[in-house]
Design a protein around this ligand. Structure first.
Ligand code: 13P
Ligand code: SF4
Length: 319
């Protein structure tokens, strides 16, 4: 009998589809993908691809970014319920009310946000390009940063830029325990601690390296150390272990007794759903053309700064 992987490859050829996977997906999904990466990389590959169909195995905001940047493409996601707690923590009407309080500020929004929120944002960031984007904002402009307060606080300190922070957080990364991490470090005194900036400040203080998923993977690839304590979602262990079969990778401990370092949204995607989506060309990520157009300004400004292009900034916010 034909395997799911074989069926997916056939359907991919039939529709000239490209499969993109985030590092947090299960190993078999990453292995069937044409490209595996962080949220910036997936948006860039999705935008440049000539394929008419893109299947994004990740969460909805990632698939929306591809659609917003390439509205003519059919963008599929294996499960439309694959949301994100940061999106849930930043409803449009509340974000708008916050943004309206500071009309002269530049509103910087993490890509982990809805298309509606992007439409009232001046520039988006991901954790791999946030420093470059914020450094491109004129020094005399006030900065609003949302919806991840931990990423915002980390950037504000590192870049010495004051920011007004939206109080959202990732429900997965805030569960890592600083106290338990401190204890674990004494068990593995030579281990390099690597952490995603969505972790709480108390956890980040023990990290040797803080960065996006691709930055953390690069550290494991390039650092000759033999032990790493990893404070991010478990799915990335797949690429880390492939790159460094000789290294011991230890999951940073979570609070309580839960094994809660798995993103429940990413894990909604399965190989069977990937096959089904390619079979039926659904579920599709669709948005009204007018929303795509309004949300594209902040994403395109992000892409331009990332490429090194100069950009202009609005002086006042108008909803
Ligand atoms: P990256 O952009 O670093 O891949 O992070 C995305 C994300 O959702 C982290 O929780
Ligand atoms: Fe969202 Fe957190 Fe899951 Fe990343 S790990 S997709 S921020 S809920």
């Amino acid at each position: 009998m034909e395997s799911l992987q074989e069926r997916i490859r056939e359907l991919k050829d039939k529709h000239n589809a490209l499969i993109l996977s985030h590092f947090y997906e299960d190993g078999p999904i990453q292995d069937i993908a044409d490209h595996v990466g962080d949220s910036l990389y997936l948006a860039e590959v999705g935008e440049k691809a000539a394929n008419p169909v893109i299947l994004l195995a990740g969460v909805v905001f990632m698939a929306e970014s591809v659609k917003i940047l390439s509205p003519a493409k059919t963008v599929l996601i294996p499960d439309l319920n694959a949301g994100c707690s940061l999106v849930n923590h930043s409803p449009y009407s509340k974000y708008l009310a916050w943004r309206e309080q500071y009309p002269d500020a530049i509103c910087v929004t993490y890509v982990n946000s809805s298309a509606e929120v992007k439409s009232i944002t001046d520039v988006c960031v991901t954790s791999s390009n946030a420093e470059k984007i914020i450094n491109a904002i004129p020094q005399d402009r006030r900065i609003l940063f949302g919806p991840d307060r931990n990423l915002g606080r980390y950037l504000s300190k590192k870049l010495d830029r004051e920011m007004i922070l939206w109080p959202g957080a990732c429900e997965v990364h805030i569960l890592f325990s600083a106290r338990k991490l401190f204890e674990l470090k004494s068990q593995y005194p030579k281990a390099i601690v690597i952490a995603h900036p969505e972790c709480d400040e108390a956890v980040l203080q023990y990290a040797d390296v803080i960065g996006s998923t691709s930055r953390l993977l690069k550290e494991v690839k390039d650092n000759p150390a033999k032990e790493f304590i990893v404070a991010t979602e478990y799915g990335i262990f797949h690429q880390m272990q492939k790159a460094r079969p000789d290294a011991k990778l230890v999951q940073a401990p979570a609070q309580g007794s839960c094994a809660c370092n798995e993103c429940p949204y990413m894990k909604l995607n399965t190989l069977a759903k990937v096959a089904q989506a390619l079979e039926t060309l659904s579920p599709k990520v669709e948005m009204p053309a007018e929303l795509i157009s309004r949300a594209s300004t902040s994403l395109k400004r992000m892409m331009a700064i990332t490429r090194g292009d100069s950009v202009t900034w609005p002086t006042q916010f108008h909803a």
